[in-house]
Design a protein around this ligand. Structure first.
Ligand SMILES: O=C(CO)COP(=O)(O)O
Length: 256
């Protein structure tokens, strides 16, 4: 379960949030479910200090990185800098960056490659907008994004990649995809990974669903065979809600 904080929570709020997570999540919870937070860049040092100091079994990472490793790139953050701060993950190709920063699949692939150069695991985001969904082209569209975003990623790298299927129309709207909608595309993604790499590799890759996930709907989504986890925006800002999401196995899968 990965919490994408987006541009929310300053470093003081980040400390309070991670402390609460660290206090609430038991060893049992963390043995059953990996938990990661993806704060803004300015919070990462604070999160690192807490996680290291309190020996919390929580992973953390960033929401973006530069395609370049070093140099005259004003405002950019390199994979090397994130690795130095102990990041495990980095989100690449979130729909908000694809839309607002015109990131193409080629850019996303370059960012995923930059992540691997520094030992970071990319969480590669894909997913269709409302018009594509209404036209019924969600599978075709999302698989084309997979092809483009994973271009240049070797099998050895792809073994660890995390894919997040986030239908744009379900992000921050309260409009959650049905479990069957999530399964349709997540299953197709796994099928494409099998074609691009191998069925064995495809089975190992974690495919997440994202879009209005909360404690009350997570169990139903997680009951689908090809949904291995969730990328959570708004609900991850509330530590109690995020902990309840991480405990999805305790909720009935038919809650709505
Ligand atoms: O974009 C998302 C996670 O990356 C989903 O955001 P919400 O959970 O707020 O819909």
């Amino acid at each position: 379960m990965a919490g994408n904080w987006k541009m929310n929570l300053n470093h003081l709020e980040a400390i309070a949030t991670v402390q609460k997570l660290g206090f609430s999540l038991t060893d049992e919870d963390l043995a059953a479910c990996e938990v990661a937070v993806l704060p803004p860049f300015t919070d990462i040092r604070s999160v690192q200090t807490l996680v290291d100091g309190d020996k919390l079994d929580i992973r953390y990472g960033a929401q973006d990185l530069s395609t370049a490793d070093k140099g005259a790139y004003t405002g950019e953050i390199s994979g090397a800098m994130l690795a130095k701060l102990g990041c495990t993950y980095v989100v690449v190709g979130h729909s908000e960056r694809r839309e607002m920063h015109a990131e193409t699949d080629a850019v996303v692939s370059a960012k995923a490659q930059a992540a691997y150069r520094h030992g970071l695991v990319p969480i590669v985001c894909v997913g269709e907008g409302l018009e594509v969904r209404q036209a019924g082209n969600q599978v075709e569209h999302t698989l084309a994004q997979i092809d483009g975003s994973l271009a240049g990623i070797t099998a050895a790298q792809a073994e660890t990649v995390v894919i997040a299927y986030e239908p744009v129309w379900a992000i921050g709207t309260g409009e959650v995809a049905t479990p069957a909608d999530a399964q349709e595309v997540c299953g197709a993604i796994r099928g494409r990974l099998a074609e691009l790499y191998s069925p064995e590799l495809a089975d190992k890759v974690r495919v997440l669903y994202g879009g209005s996930v909360k404690a009350s709907n997570v169990a139903a989504i997680m009951s689908e065979p090809d949904v291995d986890g969730a990328l959570i925006g708004g609900a991850s800002l509330d530590p109690d809600e995020f902990v309840a999401i991480a405990r999805f196995r305790l909720h009935p899968a038919d809650a709505s």
